[in-house]
Ligand binder design. Structure first.
Ligand code: DQA
Length: 148
């Protein structure tokens, strides 16, 4: 098993046209392609899922058990509100890296709190689409330590 789940939450399907001054002009399809390429270099594969629905994100996390060695998640606005997503990640015990395109700590105060952070290996934010690739590198390093 060497597949990584790249999970994107609400409104991230609109990347490319959504507030490009905040989120950049890279589309989600471009990000997913870049993740696939980087994963291949690192000898992993990726499965990409995006949903605007909290329950579907939770279902994808539950289904990750036995299928994915790690999760990279940008939960969008659910980051700041969803105890249910936090509980789902904690329940499956799959190494998870949290990503945000923007630097959530430099934005409105309500974005400073993340319910995902306490159940993640770490958080990468503020580096735009590159953050997903940094997350993949970090996950690969973590997984290789486990394998050693
Ligand atoms: C985001 C930051 C969130 O605060 C916001 O609600 C998003 C995108 C980011 O990638 O920067 O939808 O997760």
């Amino acid at each position: 098993m060497s597949d990584i789940l790249v999970l994107n939450g609400p409104n991230l399907n609109l990347l490319g046209t959504r507030q490009p001054e905040v989120y950049g002009s890279t589309t989600l399809a471009m990000i997913e392609d870049a993740c696939r390429d980087r994963a291949q270099t690192l000898r992993y594969t990726v499965t990409c899922v995006q949903s605007n629905h909290e329950g579907e994100l939770i279902d994808a996390i539950h289904a990750a058990r036995g299928r994915h060695v790690g999760i990279i998640i940008n939960a969008g606005a659910y980051t700041h509100s969803s105890i249910a997503l936090m509980d789902a990640i904690a329940s499956v015990e799959i190494p998870t890296v949290e990503v945000h395109l923007s630097n959530i700590h430099a934005r409105e105060e309500f974005r400073h709190r993340s319910y995902i952070a306490p159940v993640s290996l770490g958080q990468i934010c503020g580096f735009g689409a590159t953050g997903y690739l940094l997350a993949m590198e970090a996950l690969a390093v973590h997984l290789s330590k486990g394998a050693a």
